[in-house]
Structure formats: structure tokens, C-alpha cells
Design a protein around this ligand. Sequence first.
Ligand code: ATP
Length: 433
Amino acid sequence: MEVKLQNLTKKFPGRDRKKRLEVVAVNDFTFEIPDGRLIGLLGPSGCGKSTTLNLISGLVKPTSGRIFFGDDDVTDLPPEHRGIGLVFQNYALYPHMTVYENIAYGLKLRKFPKRVIDQKVREAAEILDITELLKRKPKALSGGQRQRVAIGRAIVREPQVFLMDEPLSNLDAKLRNQMRSEIIKLRQKVNTTFIYVTHDQTEAMTLGDRIVIMKEGFVQQVGTPQEVFHHPANLFVAGFIGTPQMNIFDAQLLREENGYYVELGGARVRLSGEKSARLAAGDVASQPIKLGLRPEHLMLTEEDNAIFASVDVSEMMGSAVHIHVNACGQDVVIVVPLGEEEEDSSLPMGQPVRFTFRGSAAHVFDAESGRNLEYRLEESLPPAEDTPSPAEPGAEEEPPPAEPASGEAEPAKPEESPEPIEPVTALGDPFTE
Ligand code: ATP
């Protein structure tokens, strides 16, 4: 089922009712999700991911804007009439019921014939590989198994749209990886549209056909995992996607007859033809910039045309060494991959080194607004005032609404609103199909 969001906005009343401050949880979000795709909604805590999902599910009513499933306007439909399947972080299984009964419960309430229920439950169990667990009670299951049961409960309802809100957050790292691949497999077996909320970039990158990156209610960029990684629309996205985080420098962009150059710490590097062409198309002039360089794109060198640095710490990561250096008056991380035979490439503290980078790996951002200067103005994205630290898993999370007896979800928890957020500007998406 195709899902269309049209100028979707959700404002919550603020805590201070006298001043009538309000929180803009989702701001003027327009987006089309083609049938059968998985869209990851990604961003730090409080950016509006869950509110967006709750608007799509009908648990929260929009302040303005419309939601369409196919050609049907579902904006005013209650959740139980939207044909959705919901899976939350807190899987809320009924402890006194077996796995079979938990999965069957919603169908039983809807008075499906026993035979149909049995068939649906067994099919779902087969898909999720939990047939042998059907007689167990939830307390005798691992976290991953419980989450599969919760997914099974949603599958039997044959949803047109599957909505998942941080479904793997309660699992430990190993289980999370395992369940991630389970969800990839599930998609091949269940042909429906998935919308998946997460603050974990790995989850969004590995699962999503498209990723929507949000900040303070505003969409920052929509793109494939490759697009958001290789062409971040602004400093916020650049800092949010990629581990270790992208290094950001104050540098100089130079426009010359034969293309563009960046100057950093005495080094001068010519940008790739593709990058120069994009900058030239936007008639970008020579100017001070924020230069973004991913740690894995920095190379140690003996060349003179390089940035001089001194080593702080070397972290041996197994397949690579993360070398933290001090360069241009700031901390910089360089990832040095290790070959099969190499034992260690750690460098002692204080050792002088030089590094450089290829012109194809340089990301050029406006020094003031943080916008990627490769985008023309009409494609421009909102400014990002800061680069975030990757969100802490589970930070500031509240338990999601428990599914009530009917198997439908209840209105989301009312949450006290924080200080109002200054909206940034509207979005254009350079990459949507
Ligand atoms: P998290 O990852 O922490 O769940 P999120 O990105 O899903 O965060 P939302 O839960 O959508 O963020 O919240 C977006 C903003 O709206 C936050 O500032 C939050 O405090 C506010 N908000 C959400 N629900 C309510 C509510 N019922 N009442 C008031 N403010 C709310």
C-alpha cells in the first residue's frame, strides 16, 4: 500500500500554558512511500520520529495536513480501520497466554473462525520460525523470541502497512543484529509497506530502502542509505550518519579556472570533476567553508602537500586502527584499515604524522548555514546549527503505549513538552525519485 503524507504538521501544547508555547513535533512533512518499500525514520531523541509514526497509525491526530493510504484519505480514520500492524519496542505480550494464544488473540476478538485463526497463526509462526515455541508462555522465551511473537501478532492481521517503533531497542547487541536480518527476511516473505522508527543509524542504513533523517520536527534529508552517507545535505546529516563521526574543519574553498580547490592546514586539494561541476552549476564562489572529511577517507602520507598532525591516541579496533591526532587545532580521527597480515599500526603518542585526502571525498558546507554547497539553492536544505553526537541508545525513552486487549494500540502517551523549538527552514529533497 502506498502511503502519502501531505504537509503533515503536529503541534503539542507547551508546558507553560500561560505563554502558550508549543512544541512543533512534526513540521510540514510531505512524502510519498511507494508500495512495498521500507522507510526508516531516523534521528536523535525528540526529533519527531514516533510522532510521525503515530500520525500514520492514527494514534495521534495531526494539527494540519492529510494522510493517504493509496487513494484513500485516512486522516480521520481511527487506527483500527487503517489496516495497520504495529510493533513497539515494548512487546507487551500477555504473560498468562501461550505464544499461540498471544498471536491468535486479536483474531479471536474479531470472531474469526477457529480454523482460519489456526491457519493464520501457523503461517505466521512458520514465517518467523517460532513454530516450536507456540505452546510456551512468554516468560520462557528470550527477548528476540518475544519480539518475534509481537511481530507475529501484527502479521496475522495481514496489515497493509507495517509500523515499527524501535522494535529492537530492548534487545542486546547480538540479538539486535540477528533480529535485523530477521526483519530483512520478513520483508521478502511479507509483501507490504514498512515504516520503521529508529535512532540507530545502522538499523536505518541496513533496513531502509529510503531513510528520512529528522531533527526537531524538520526533515533534514530523504535518500537511500548511500545518498545520505555520500551526499549529506547538511552538517547535521553529515555528523549523524557514519561512525566514527565525520571530521569537520574550518577551511577555504577556492574557485579557479580549472575547477575548485580546498585549502586546509597548508594543504591544497583539487576537488573531483563531479564536485567541481556541481559547485560551478550553483555558481559557488571562493569562500571560507566547513570542510567535512570522513575518518576512513583520510590517508597518512609522506607528501609535503599534506596536513601536519601529532598523534594523541591509537585505538586498535581489529580490522582497523583509529588514530586520534591533533591537527589544525582540533581533534581529528583517521581510520587506518589493517591488512590480513598486519598485527597493529598503532602509533605512539606525540608522533608527528601527515595526512591527506582525495578531492572526491571532501564535503563542502556553507560556513554559516551548514548547507552542502554542492546543492543548488532551489534544492537547498535547512541549516544545521550543530553536529550531533550519535544518540545514546534508549536515551530519554519512555515506554510506548501498551497494546490493549483488542490488539489495537491506544493513544500515545501524553508527554510534557520541552521549550519550544525555533523552526529552521523548509526542505527540498535532492534525491527523491
Ligand atoms: P524518541 O527517540 O526519544 O522517542 P522521537 O524522535 O520519537 O524521540 P517524539 O516522541 O516524536 O520524538 O517527540 C517529538 C517532540 O514532541 C518532543 O519534543 C516531545 O517532547 C514532544 N511530544 C511528543 N509527544 C507529546 C505529547 N503528547 N505532549 C507534548 N509533547 C509531546
